[in-house]
Design a protein around this ligand. Structure first.
Ligand code: MIC
Ligand code: SF4
Length: 647
């Protein structure tokens, strides 16, 4: 029997394990990417492994998240990242060069290769037929050290695209449609592989938008085949030598099939405050909007901005709307200028920002109180915008510009004829903010510059035989890493300083969480957090595991976990326990005292049922399903300890 594309790429990179869904496999990683918010920690971890140079084919360090320089902290991080890249043979993408996923698609994505990135939207490169996966910084550090990446063999869902998108309906709507079907957890343990006649109607940046938003469904990755569209993209980037044709075998099978009629889709939006709260635009039409932003790794390509520019050739932005554009990359910006798109944007009443993540991660661009903000971003989790409560809708560039023009949520089909937008056959390439790795002999001489905000990694003690402590917090379903470890302008600059950032854990859920946890830790007791389904969805930030661990959290007990967060918990020695009887969730309360006897022995013996004694309430049973390697990581106290033991 033939293989689908995902299975093909995995089989070519398989280091251990069998390609049976759910079983642990290890794959070789060809390329890695980091961004500044996760990168500082990832490079501190890489450094502590003690190698002289990265062992991947290509590793890139991007600066795109922490661009705001209100004091020395972010500026120091930039310098640290640049010098550590110079020291270890890593490409460095300077601030201003653009969002990691957009730049990677332009300059580095190669069909058929594997990419591991310390950012959850790394699957964006699936638009160029890469098997691209988001992971915690430590996993990326280990991949840079030449170690394989461990994951559970995903199920492969074939998404059959039929027909062609109609005018004013775009790639974003394909993803929103799938979000409405799959919800934020429907992609867990799966790769979404696109096939069918509709595929060839979509350009690589459109495919990238769809792959990017697969992350919001919890998918391990998303991928398109490599075909004439891929060739056209690589050629336009001056990289046609990287092209290889790749498609699934004709007799391949999929674990599931989803059919999407592209020509039946209509403009959609995700209402506040979850990416899967999807409705047709006309249902919300007419509500006044005060802010509209086109940007982020999902929708800031040249095609997206040219579309907006074309509309603004004929229309002006409504006086009550702040219409903001965050270009995805320097390349997008320069080509937009060259094609006169910038002129229409400026003339039409747009506010232009620098290239980067900006408001998508709460670095500026917070909306006004009680007002609707429309954004072409990836996530509208509550408070992520920086304003609380917020009313953020996720939309396509088409819906964004139509609403910016009318001042109310608008179905873009109301604007009349769809403007013709075509991409140039070759882009202006400008790599002036992209610094190649130094040759080995020069690299060795580089001195890494560390500002005072870069704190060394603390030590993590091994798992004790008995865990005893208190349930410090109980939360509901779909808790995001933004709840656990918020971002934004105040907190993001502390990503390289664990003691400092830990003070903000669960800040918007329980302002006293960090203080209470530290008090407990001082008494030598452990903290537990109880959660519902899909605990830890969203970002790859390992700080959502690292910082709680620093505060003394040793147990998370939930109905189910999101993939990357679960891996991060294991990497830092936190037990990801799952209720055997989900009804037991109801009897757990904040303040419950617990004891888990013999936990080390349970792990050493490879047992998978854990008894938790809750004082005054009796026993709660939990599952602990771990691979041998995951058990070793938790026993050692962190994967870093284990990597050091293994040498
Ligand atoms: C995000 O969109 O939430 C981020 C910021 O890009 C994160 C990474 C981070 O928290 O640094 C992600 O998606 O992984
Ligand atoms: Fe940046 Fe937003 Fe993309 Fe995350 S989702 S990488 S913050 S643009």
């Amino acid at each position: 029997m033939g293989l689908n594309l995902t299975q093909k790429i995995i089989s070519q990179h398989l280091v251990s394990g069998k390609m049976i869904p759910g079983e642990e496999i290890a794959i070789r990683i060809d390329q890695t990417l980091t961004q500044d918010a996760t990168g500082t920690m990832a490079y501190l971890e890489f450094e502590s492994i003690g190698l002289d140079r990265v062992k991947t084919e290509l590793s890139v360090s991007y600066v795109d998240h922490n661009l705001l320089q209100t004091d020395f902290k972010n500026a120091d991080d930039h310098l640290f990242l640049q010098t550590i890249a110079m020291r270890y043979g890593i490409w460095f993408s300077k601030p201003g060069n653009g969002i990691c996923h957009q730049v990677h698609l332009e300059r580095f994505a190669v069909p058929g290769k594997t990419l591991l990135g310390s950012d959850s939207h790394t699957p964006t490169a699936g638009g160029c037929a890469m098997l691209a996966i988001g992971a915690g910084g430590l996993d990326v550090a280990l991949a840079m050290a030449g170690r394989p990446f461990y994951l559970n063999m995903p199920k492969v869902v074939g998404v059959h695209l039929k027909g062609r998108l109609r005018p004013w309906v775009s790639a974003r709507d394909v993803a929103l449609y799938l979000l409405s079907k799959l919800t934020v957890k429907g992609g867990l343990g799966k790769v979404l592989e696109y096939f069918g006649e509709g595929v060839r109607t979509l350009t690589v940046p459109e495919r990238a938008t769809i792959c990017n938003l697969g992350t919001e469904m919890g998918a391990t990755s998303s991928i398109f085949p490599s075909d004439e569209q891929t060739y056209a993209w690589l050629k336009a980037q001056g990289r046609e030598k990287d092209f290889v044709e790749l498609s699934p075998d004709p007799d391949c099978t999929y674990d599931e099939i989803i059919e999407v009629d592209l020509d039946k889709l209509e403009p959609l939006l995700a209402c506040p405050s979850s990416p899967d709260n999807v409705k047709p635009v006309y249902v919300e039409a007419g509500k006044p909007v005060f802010q509209v932003i086109v940007g982020s790794c999902a929708n800031s390509s040249l095609k997206d901005l040219l579309l907006v520019a074309k509309v603004l050739e004929k229309h002006r932005v409504h006086p009550m709307v702040s219409f903001e554009i965050n270009p995805g990359s320097l390349q997008v910006l320069e080509n937009l200028v060259h094609l006169s798109g910038m002129k229409s944007l400026l003339h039409g009443g747009v506010r232009i920002h620098q290239t980067g993540c900006l408001g998508c991660i709460g670095m500026g661009q917070a909306p006004p109180t009680n007002s609707i903000s429309l954004r072409t971003f990836t996530r509208n989790f509550p408070g992520r915008s920086g304003t609380s409560p917020d009313f953020v809708y996720l939309v396509s560039p088409e819906v964004a510009v139509a609403s910016a023009v009318k001042g109310v949520i608008t179905d873009p089909r109301d604007l009349g004829d769809y403007p013709e937008v075509s991409l140039p056959e070759s882009f202006i390439i400008n790599d002036s903010l992209l610094i190649p790795p130094l040759p080995e002999d020069e690299a060795k001489k580089v001195e890494i510059i560390r500002g005072p905000n870069i704190a060394p990694l603390p030590a993590f003690d091994p798992l004790p035989e008995t865990l005893e402590g208190v349930v410090l917090l109980k939360v509901g379903d779909n808790i995001t890493t933004d709840h656990i470890m918020p971002a934004g302008a105040q907190i993001l600059p502390l990503r390289s300083n664990l003691p400092a950032i830990s003070k903000f854990v669960y800040k918007n859920v329980d302002a006293e969480f960090a203080e209470n946890a530290l008090k407990l830790k001082e008494k030598g007791r452990a903290a537990m957090v109880v959660g519902g389904e899909n605990y830890g969805q969203g970002s790859s930030r390992e700080h959502a595991a690292l910082a709680p661990r620093y505060l003394g959290v040793r147990v998370k007990l939930a109905k189910s976990f999101a993939r990357i967060h679960r891996a991060n918990l294991i990497n830092f020695g936190i037990l990801p326990l799952v209720f055997v009887n989900p009804e037991d969730y109801d009897k757990m309360e904040k303040g419950d005292e617990f004891i888990i006897q013999g936990i080390r022995s349970i792990l050493e013996k490879g047992e998978s049922i854990v008894k938790i004694d809750i004082k005054g309430k009796g026993e709660v049973l939990a599952k602990l399903e771990l691979s041998p390697r995951e058990r070793q990581s938790i026993l050692a106290g962190s994967l870093l300890n284990l990597a050091r033991i293994e040498g």
